[in-house]
Design a protein around this ligand. Structure first.
Ligand code: ATR
Length: 282
């Protein structure tokens, strides 16, 4: 896809990550590495939007020539509203994490889910096809990954959430896309899975509520994946470790892969991710 460039401008093409907070974001570092490796001339900055003025921040960025943005918490729904054209996967996710300026409007896409499946399959060698997959949580993060997960054909995908009604709603929403059901935490007792994905926000902040799921969810050789990443193993990954899950990963690889997918949308070139991911882990 050809990027739209500011004609006659001596300035480099501008991109940004917009969030609140945003100071911690690794996206500028990741996109700078992609730009260097691919020889693309661009600048990528952090923009802190006031909680009550995402549209104003986006409009000001566009006036300054902004061509594309990543959008992080808590603005993914507002980014959806700001876009007047959406990809099918953004519609499925109900949220936008990537905006692309197209001639006279914002195109909204969502690269989170495909970032996860690429990380699982390409980077981690974790098979999804024909496997039993459990997704914990039924908020925005869970919704964003369900379509791309079902697209790689798990044998079954179970959604389980503390608030049961939200899991039921998500399972119903994706029923036509593959074998997806919801299950209460209690009813999961005695069941085991090949891949357990934490899509709850329980790994962030000071949350100390015990996770409501029973022991024994990890089949022998199962993979535990947390969409969150942190310098220390997350609460979910420690829990998985205690339960004998030997293969574990946090969401840093997903972050890098979703960024690569955004870069592809903006610049028409897919950057290599391995060296960038190794650099961040180092
Ligand atoms: P996000 O956009 O990160 O998905 P969200 O839409 O607020 O954020 O959803 C947070 C998810 O984490 C929800 O599924 C929430 O469960 P509830 O729907 O029952 O609130 C889940 N969650 C947060 N803290 C949790 C905890 N301590 N144990 C279990 N689930 C938790």
């Amino acid at each position: 896809m050809a990027p739209t460039r500011a004609r006659g401008s001596l300035l480099m093409d501008r991109y940004a990550v917009i969030g609140n907070p945003v100071a911690h974001s690794k996206s500028p570092q990741i996109h700078a590495a992609f730009a260097l490796a691919t020889g693309e001339a661009l600048v990528y900055e952090r923009l802190l939007a006031p909680l009550d003025d995402f549209p104003g921040t986006l409009a000001a960025f566009r006036r300054q020539g902004g061509l594309g943005a990543n959008v992080t918490l808590p603005f993914k729904l507002e980014a959806y509203a700001a876009a007047s054209e959406h990809s099918a996967r953004a519609v499925q996710a109900g949220a936008v994490n990537t905006l692309v300026w197209r001639e006279d409007h914002w195109f909204g896409d969502n690269t989170d889910g495909v970032g996860l499946t690429r990380d699982l399959r390409q980077n981690l060698g974790c098979r999804v096809a024909d496997q039993r997959v459990l997704v914990l949580g039924a908020g925005g993060a869970a919704r964003g990954i369900l379509g791309p997960l079902l697209a790689v054909h798990p044998r079954m995908l179970v959604i389980s959430n503390r608030t049961v009604k939200k899991a039921d709603e998500l399972a119903a929403l994706f029923a036509e896309d593959g074998p997806v059901v919801s299950e209460t935490a209690r009813n999961l007792a005695g069941q085991s899975f090949d891949l357990v994905i934490n899509a709850t926000s329980s790994s962030v902040g000071e949350d100390t509520h015990p996770l409501p799921w029973p022991a024994g969810l990890f089949a022998p050789g199962a993979f535990a994946y947390d969409l969150m990443y942190a310098s220390e193993p997350t609460r979910f990954l420690n829990w998985a470790d205690q339960q004998g899950a030997t293969r574990r990963a946090d969401g840093l690889g997903m972050l890098v892969e979703q960024a690569a997918e955004s870069f592809l949308l903006w610049r028409g070139v897919r950057p290599e991710t391995r060296a960038v991911l190794d650099g961040l882990r180092g």
